[in-house]
Design a protein around this ligand. Structure first.
Ligand SMILES: O=C(O)c1ccccc1N[C@@H]1O[C@H](COP(=O)(O)O)[C@@H](O)[C@H]1O
Length: 219
């Protein structure tokens, strides 16, 4: 099975192209003003042109209302909506119906019991995303560069479609893949040289580490 790789929080042409040239299957734009990766819908709409036919465009939002989502969908034409807040199953259903787009619902994980929140979403969300719980005091629900115990995901049914995220980087992606064998991975701060500033060399290093881990597991 091909591993989906999402590079999230892109804000510049050069790093977006670096992600695409390395083979990213998904690129993410963050629409959350408190984030150092926040991008205005019009700017994301320009950047997303590079991804046409190459990668799926994911719009990341946090408890966004219909007006905010309308503006994002209109300017960006995302292929997936990532809901990274406290959205309920009913809200996920309503968003899917309103936009006719697949939804990836994010969950904060720090212990096994956190996976219990997933069940009510299992027939509503198209894909799940497991991220670490934000550290105390963080204003961001994601993008904190914090990992959780990937072994917790071994308890999931084999057919659960998800992306693993939270604190991934070139140094730990081999262990993360080995321990959880996820269908997809999602990285943001691990390919940045400063908060919100992606780095093409770090993106290349990350993909190299992924390829190396995949080669090792195939032998
Ligand atoms: O990256 C952000 O700033 C962000 C803000 C609000 C919601 C989600 C955000 N990012 C998501 O966080 C994870 C991974 O982040 P990291 O690799 O630990 O930095 C990923 O799902 C992003 O989409």
């Amino acid at each position: 099975m091909t591993l989906d790789i999402k590079i999230c929080g892109l804000t510049s042409d050069d790093t977006l192209l670096a992600a695409l040239n390395e083979g990213a299957s998904h690129i993410g734009f963050i629409f959350f003003p408190k984030s150092p990766r926040h991008i205005e819908p019009a700017a994301a709409g320009m950047l997303r042109q590079h991804a046409v036919g190459r990668a799926k465009v994911v719009a990341v939002t946090v408890n966004a209302d219909d007006d905010a989502l309308d503006a994002i969908v209109k300017s960006v034409s995302p292929e997936i909506l990532q809901l990274h807040g406290n959205e309920t199953p009913e809200r996920v259903r309503a968003v899917k119906q309103r936009y006719g787009l697949p939804v990836m619902k994010a969950f904060s994980i720090s212990e096994a019991a956190d996976l219990d929140q997933v069940e009510p979403f299992s027939h509503v969300a198209d894909r799940l995303l497991f991220d670490a719980k934000p550290p105390k005091g963080s204003q961001l629900p994601g993008g904190n560069g914090v990992s959780f115990d990937w072994r917790l995901l071994a308890a999931l049914d084999r057919d659960v479609d998800y992306m693993l995220s939270g604190g991934l980087n070139a140094a730990n992606i081999g262990d993360a893949l080995h321990l959880s064998n996820p269908p997809g991975i999602d990285i943001s701060s691990g390919v940045e040289r400063a908060p919100g500033i992606k780095d093409a060399a770090l993106i290349a290093q990350f993909f190299k580490a992924v390829r190396s881990a995949q080669e090792t597991s195939a032998t």
